[in-house]
Design a binder for this molecule. Structure first.
Ligand code: SAM
Length: 231
């Protein structure tokens, strides 16, 4: 089994997206062994570490503070300290902070290791029943400016499309999908790996009608089938 010495390295570590059993042995060992961990929310990650009985130093590093904190993290890494980057859930840097840190570390010739694990988009694709041979990951659509333009572009996209959406805008998104691409089959995954996990499939118009059944709680991944694909 490959085992790294941690000194001076940055580890990008995937953590669960809901079910604490979804983490690798290697991720747990790394979170124990590094000199410090940077995370989005120290309270959320504190709960995670407590669950695995890991005692380590947590430093908050979120979208707002990333710019300010990069230099000090890079200096620690250059001095030989090792660091793990985690996010509130899933794989860091995927619709989450950390891209600039990873880029800067690579520029400084700091070794970066990724520790794979949960990712909501890939999990939703894998259980959508929709072709996965080629897909476009769009993450969150712009909330206001550029949203309509993006939806028009997506209507022309031939490949499977994967979107993230919050509970606050899922109803709006379903209505927009029934306007912009009513003929494309959709699978909506909700609360993946959690107690109320479910996948709801149908054409956007049908899903709008089911909106009341679909409890508008939780987190959502939307998988949109390729343009010419029919269920
Ligand atoms: N880095 C994360 C990953 O690897 O999937 C994504 C972080 S992004 C800020 C959060 C979004 O991911 C949510 O709004 C939702 O769209 C999706 N998501 C995260 N956990 C989920 C879950 N358990 N079920 C469904 N969607 C989830």
């Amino acid at each position: 089994m490959k085992k790294e010495t941690a000194s001076g390295k940055l580890f990008v570590v995937a953590t669960p997206i809901g079910n604490f059993e979804d983490i690798t042995y290697r991720a747990v060992r790394t979170l124990q062994e590094v000199d410090f961990i940077i995370c989005e929310d120290t309270r959320v990650s504190g709960n995670l570490l407590a669950h695995y009985e890991i005692k380590n130093k947590l430093i908050s590093f979120n979208a707002k503070s990333e710019g300010k904190k990069i230099e000090s993290v890079i200096n620690e890494l250059l001095s030989g300290k090792s660091c793990a980057l985690i996010s509130d859930a899933g794989t860091p840097t995927i619709s989450d902070p950390g891209v600039r840190l990873v880029n800067r570390a690579l520029k400084e010739s700091i070794t970066v290791h990724g520790i794979p694990g949960a990712n909501a988009a890939i999990l939703a694709l894998s259980i959508s029943g929709i072709p996965t041979d080629s897909f476009l990951f769009e993450g969150f659509l712009p909330q206001k400016k550029g949203r309509q333009k993006k939806l028009k572009e997506l209507a022309e996209e031939n490949r499977t499309i994967v979107l993230y959406e919050s509970p606050y805008r899922i109803e709006k998104l379903l209505n927009e999908m029934s306007d912009y691409f009513p003929e494309r089959f959709v699978a909506i995954s909700r609360e993946l790996t959690k107690k109320f996990e479910e996948v709801i499939r149908g054409y956007p118009g049908e899903l709008v009608d089911k909106i009341d059944e679909l409890k508008i709680k939780g987190e959502f991944v939307i998988v949109v089938a390729p343009k010419d694909w029919k269920q």
